[in-house]
Design a protein around this ligand. Structure first.
Ligand code: HEM
Length: 444
């Protein structure tokens, strides 16, 4: 089995995670409206971590799959070890199964976003070390003249390892005995971890853009490297906006506020430039990856506006802990990460089964539009409920009154959330079948 099949295995793992994760997200959405729904069997305390873990696993596994798939074409060298790739895949599948079982059993002994028992992180880190060995042994020794995506992937790999380790410092008394230190380190680690997965996802999109346009200069340009270093600065320093409520250093918060504002803008500019050159040059018609990149572009701008607003400390004071934060998280992970990853997956599908892509073009086009319309309503309903809640809190209303007033927003959230799920199912099921067919076919 060669690198494309290993990449496909990871992509299938990622897509399966998303399909199941969406199911739990929708149950969670229903529980906003009907808190008693499945309370005994599958309470919100379980559906939330199941949903969040599975969708984040989708991002990591699909990005890893795209890296395995593209790496030899990106470097002109063979993958270092197929066996290591299979070993990593087996470990990740095992990790997925034990984490989901632990969550179902209600065993949550970790921290937010990493609620599984901390010893499982040792297995996660081991699988990541295998990935790093395979990646770094597959790329040229010298980074001179390397395209920006090789830098992005390398950075994402290294920083995920660092931040995942850092996210477990709370196990040491020096950190968990001091609440300010503990919260600061926790948010620093998790904030930078998002930066690490962004590096993996953005690097993949950069490679796809280069392949679609055939222009090898875009990933060696000064703008691309300027953006990369800005992304790196964000990864290292923008986490401070998560700690506005923690009584820690003001300099950290001010620096991070300024830095937070920069990254998405530049990425938006790069994709915008790519679209312009694509339209001007009327290059080969890879319609669907292009369409997904364009939608991601739109979401980058919407999320940038929201991020600017909620990173203003005076506003953050009111929005913190409301659904506006959830809108920020899901707007970015669905609107940007998912659109970009689906763009890369469609690019692979084009190569794998062009006739299927041709036959399904209208169908996919419809599902992508449905996804974006429902996502806009979904996102707006979360912001609406966040604004309504912060007004209610200012007026010091009783909890029951607040919940009653939020019901219409929750109903819209749930309805549009189910549409987001349906649109993603429509997109994912034919993709899933094509990948399974490719993996099980004898040819490499
Ligand atoms: C690609 C699809 C999706 C991704 C990547 C995604 C991602 C996320 C993330 C990262 C969070 C954590 C937010 C936070 O901590 O602030 C979250 C929470 C949540 N998501 Fe999703 N989501 C997706 C689809 C959906 C859908 C279709 C629904 C259906 C209604 C949904 C319902 C929820 C709920 C109820 C929460 C918990 C929010 C809370 O803590 O109050 N998600 N999602």
């Amino acid at each position: 089995m060669e690198h494309k099949k290993i990449g496909s295995l990871f992509i299938v793992l990622g897509l399966s995670s998303l399909l199941i994760g969406l199911f739990f997200g929708s149950i969670g959405g229903l529980q906003y409206l009907l808190p008693a729904f499945l309370k005994e069997q599958l309470a919100f305390q379980k559906t939330r971590p199941l949903h969040v873990y599975l969708v984040i696993n989708f991002i990591f596994s699909t990005a890893a799959g795209c890296i395995y798939y593209f790496l030899p074409a990106a470097t002109g060298r063979k993958l270092y070890s197929v066996k290591l790739g299979i070993g990593q895949f087996s470990l990740q599948l095992f990790i997925l199964l034990i984490i989901v079982s632990f969550f179902f059993a209600g065993k949550f002994s970790g921290r937010e976003y990493l609620e599984f028992p901390p010893w499982i992180s040792l297995i996660i880190l081991s699988s990541w070390i295998i990935f790093m060995i395979n990646f770094f042994k597959s790329i040229p020794l010298s980074f001179n003249h390397a395209p920006v995506y090789l830098w992005s992937w390398s950075t994402g790999l290294i920083f995920y390892f660092i931040t995942m380790t850092e996210a477990h410092l709370w196990l040491l008394p020096y950190f968990n005995n001091n609440i300010v230190r503990d919260l600061t380190v926790q948010w620093k680690a998790l904030g930078s971890m998002v930066g690490a997965w962004n590096m993996l996802v953005y690097g993949t999109s950069m490679f796809v853009m280069e392949s679609i346009s055939g222009d090898k200069t875009i990933n060696k340009s000064k703008t691309a490297f300027f953006f990369y270093f800005l992304g790196l600065t964000n990864l290292m320093f923008n986490w401070g906006h998560h700690t506005y409520i923690v009584p820690s250093s003001h300099i950290v918060k001010d620096v991070s506020f300024i830095i937070s504002m920069t990254e998405l803008l530049i990425l938006g500019k790069i994709i915008y430039n790519f679209r312009k050159s694509y339209i001007e040059a009327k290059l080969k018609y890879h319609h669907l990856p292009f369409r997904l990149l364009s939608f991601a572009d739109g979401w980058i701008f919407l999320n940038l506006v929201l991020a600017i607003i909620i990173s203003v400390p005076a506003i953050n004071l009111y929005t913190h802990g409301t659904h506006i934060t959830v809108a920020h998280a899901m707007g970015a992970t669905i609107g940007i990460n998912t659109m970009l990853l689906l763009g890369s997956v469609f690019f692979i599908l084009d190569e794998m089964n062009e006739s299927m892509m041709e036959r399904f073009k209208k169908y996919f086009g419809f599902a992508i539009v449905l996804l974006n319309i429902s996502l806009t309503i979904f996102w707006a309903s979360l912001i609406g409920s966040g604004i309504a809640k912060s007004i209610d809190l200012q007026q010091k209303n009783f909890f029951a009154v607040i919940m009653d007033q939020l019901k219409p927003y929750f109903a819209i959230f749930m309805g549009s959330g189910i549409l987001v799920m349906i649109a993603l199912f429509l997109i994912l099921i034919p993709i899933f079948k094509t990948f399974i067919h490719y993996i099980s076919a004898g040819k490499n």
